[in-house]
Design a protein around this ligand. Structure first.
Ligand SMILES: Cc1ncc(C[n+]2csc(CCOP(=O)(O)OP(=O)(O)O)c2C)c(N)n1
Length: 469
């Protein structure tokens, strides 16, 4: 590697609050600044600055975005690998870095860390092991050494009550998916050069789309450890390394990229957990003309709102769209609040959460009040006629009052108010799903009860006629 001028960082850091705008907010002797520079150098050398997104942690380096001139995101404490999963899977041409401390990664975020590693997400995790919670004043971290005094272990960490130091590289090395795992240190210049190579490799693996890379960096935190910068560097080189030996635990970066298993054609029976469908559902097809559409269906348990969402999701699958269906139950199933979100898209979906709705169906007052403000401009709200409109929908939202409960009763099928709602959605026509797919999805869900399939088809068609008239 040639040494080149770092462009991955801003020239000046005015937001750091330091008078000269050249200094960082870090304490003297802290390892964070060194690692920031190593990342910035790798971004520049690999020419990936413009396509890189760095997840800044909760911890001393929460302000990483003051320094890195790249895309920056802040995730909740310890949840960077989960949030990064969504980004990495939807924006496949980006380089994703999770920069995390030992409190963030190995305590509150350990599950998120291990699951992402086990799935082999395409992210580079840069793990700063300074043996303490720096930002909050030096509490015991999972990586605190046995006998080490911290704010919360004033008599020294006692493994019998506090557990043993957690060896995260070794834990991750138990998993099959990761491509690269190495532990390095920034305690002195010789070690910093090795750390530089490791950071570079982890980022190169991302640029080449090869998979999960994990670099643990032993880094000094003189302030929390109450040592001088020099003493702290020595502590890292001697005591930390005695517990956490440096070295590469795995490097499969020269192996070919693992082939993704292609989408299988599955029958709906396999696809839905509670299947009644008898027709084949083909794999979704990428169609960039089909914009992502977020929907929520809400009411009491027993009103069929989860099933209504499933019908829409089923129709989308028949139309070969990408689809998610995500239920949320109240404490009890029948009578408690129930809702589900459905996302339908012409491309892979990053998250099943529907926070900004294109379509919202409310079957009762509580549901209406709870979610109506989540509907975005241009969206549509379908609300049962019986629900009082005691809250105004946002501007530019179309409101459709549907006599769903009334018509279902009139058709002698009081439990089919959700079918009337489906007909209303098909009639108002602001979903791109084909009517025949909606009907097929509806009927298919009653495959094992042919009488109900015919009855619901009948309700759907009669409701359509009434709503059009
Ligand atoms: C959910 C939540 N719990 C606790 C905190 C308080 N908190 C802020 S930073 C931090 C620990 C950071 O330690 P570490 O990840 O080791 O990073 P360092 O500051 O040492 O770089 C904690 C517990 C928080 N912000 N959010």
């Amino acid at each position: 590697m040639n040494r080149i001028k770092t462009t991955g960082m801003y020239e000046l850091f005015p937001r750091s609050g330091c008078a000269d705008s050249r200094s960082t907010h870090y304490c003297a002797g802290c390892g964070h600044g060194i690692v920031h520079k190593l990342i910035a150098e790798a971004l520049a050398e690999l020419q990936i600055q413009n396509e890189t997104i760095i997840f800044n942690p909760v911890g001393c380096s929460v302000f990483g975005y003051y320094y890195w001139d790249a895309g920056n995101i802040s995730a909740a404490h310890g949840r960077s690998p989960s949030a990064a999963t969504g980004i990495a899977r939807t924006l496949k041409d980006r380089v994703i870095i999770c920069y995390q401390g030992d409190g963030d990664l190995a305590a509150i975020g350990l599950n998120s860390t291990l699951q992402a590693a086990n799935r082999g997400e395409h992210i580079a995790v840069i793990f700063i092991n300074n043996a303490t919670y720096g930002m909050t004043g030096g509490q015991m971290a999972p990586t605190t050494l046995g006998g080490m005094k911290t704010l919360t272990s004033p008599f020294g960490r006692d493994p019998l009550t506090d557990g043993y130091p957690l060896h995260v590289c070794e834990l991750i090395n138990q998993l099959a998916a990761p491509v690269y795992i190495e532990r390095v240190s920034v305690a002195d210049t010789k070690r910093i050069f090795k750390a530089r190579n490791a950071v570079f490799k982890a980022l190169r693996i991302q640029k080449e789309g090869k998979g999960y890379a994990f670099v643990e960096i032993i880094a000094p935190c003189p302030t929390s450890l109450k040592l001088s910068p020099l003493e702290c560097a020595r502590f890292c080189a001697n005591e930390m390394e005695a517990e956490f030996p440096l070295g590469c635990l795995r490097d499969k970066s020269d192996q070919p990229i693992a082939e993704a298993v292609p989408h299988q054609h599955v029958s709906a029976e396999e696809f839905f957990s509670k299947p009644d469908y008898d027709f084949e559902i083909l794999a979704p097809v990428v169609d960039h003309a089909c914009k992502e559409s977020s929907m929520r269906f809400a009411g009491f348990g027993g009103q069929g709102v989860l099933t209504l969402g499933l019908w829409l999701a089923g129709a989308a699958r028949i139309d070969r769209r990408f689809t998610t269906w995500y239920p949320s139950y109240g404490p009890e199933q029948r009578g408690g609040a129930a809702s589900c979100s459905v996302v339908i898209s012409g491309h892979e979906i990053g998250s099943p959460a529907a926070d900004s709705l294109d379509l919202f169906v409310a079957m009762n007052q509580v549901a209406y009040q709870r979610f109506v403000c989540d509907v975005k401009s241009g969206g549509t709200v379908f609300v049962d006629e019986t629900v009082p409109l005691d809250k105004k929908p946002p501007t530019d939202v179309k409101l459709v009052r549907v006599p769903a409960i009334k018509l279902a009763a009139e058709f002698d099928s009081p439990q089919s108010a959700n079918t009337v709602m489906l007909a209303a959605i098909a009639t108002v026509g602001n979903v791109t799903l084909r009517r025949e797919s909606l009907l097929k999805s509806l009927e298919g869900s009653f495959r094992k009860k042919p009488g109900q399939a015919a009855a619901n088809r009948d309700v759907f068609i009669r409701a359509e006629q009434r709503l059009k008239s």
